[in-house]
Design a protein around this ligand. Structure first.
Ligand SMILES: [Zn+2]
Length: 92
């Protein structure tokens, strides 16, 4: 397996989606920052979840346009409802 070059995230970025292609089609690698650079303090769950939704939306639509934000809102809604259901079932 070919090792990929690692990408350094600027300190103000919480995540990114790296898209590549293979013989199977497009591959999306989502990278999320879990701790603040310097202090190593954990980043709050809501920020990480929102970043994950943002990066997942990039799997559907690349540019930050109206279509992208519609998909992003849909993922945020699904995430919010899933969390709410888990709390109702006392899994969280
Ligand atoms: Zn983006």
């Amino acid at each position: 397996m070919k090792k990929r070059k690692s990408k350094v995230m600027p300190n103000n970025v919480l995540g990114y989606n790296r898209t590549s292609t293979s013989y199977r089609g497009k591959i999306h690698d989502i990278h999320l920052r879990l701790r603040r650079p310097g202090s190593h303090e954990l980043i709050d769950y809501e920020s990480i979840a929102a970043t994950m939704c943002h990066e997942l939306a990039h799997c559907v639509r690349g540019p930050h346009d109206a279509q992208f934000y519609k998909v992003n809102i849909l993922f945020l809604l699904i995430c919010h409802l899933s969390c709410h259901n888990l709390m109702l079932q006392s899994f969280v």
